[in-house]
Design a binder for this molecule. Structure first.
Ligand code: FES
Length: 125
């Protein structure tokens, strides 16, 4: 098991235990972490865009399809990845994953019942 710390754009942290082989998106969904997934996790958008703050070197290299999709993202950085394409490795290192603003905004669009929190927190719509 690896420990994954998700950080939202405002710095709030949520730490979860994760099984190897699962994607960051699957883990986020299991633990109610606000990681967007407009295409449902099939690498057809960039709404699960996140930044791997720690543990990037322990992950598999990204495939061309992920690279192409990331090109559609905003504020892409050298340590950007798509949460639906990153699998927790078999020999896991702990990861620190920052959720991008576009991703959390998508999550709120997918969960309109939580929009009142979005306005309080100042997350862009
Ligand atoms: Fe669409 Fe990851 S959820 S690319």
């Amino acid at each position: 098991m690896a420990t994954i710390t998700f950080i939202d754009p405002e710095g709030a942290r949520q730490q979860v235990e994760a099984e190897p082989g699962k994607t960051l998106l699957e883990i986020a969904e299991e633990h109610e972490v606000k990681l967007g997934s407009a295409c449902g996790g099939v690498c057809a958008c960039s709404s699960c865009h996140c930044y791997i703050r720690e543990g990037l070197d322990s992950l598999e290299e990204m495939e061309e399809s992920e690279e192409d999709r990331l090109d559609m993202g905003f504020d892409v950085r050298p340590y950007s990845r798509l949460g639906c394409q990153v699998k927790v490795p078999g020999d896991p290192e702990d990861l620190v994953v920052e959720i991008s603003e576009e991703s959390i905004a998508t999550w709120y669009n997918e969960h309109p019942e939580h929009r009142h929190e979005q306005h309080k927190k100042g997350v862009p719509a």
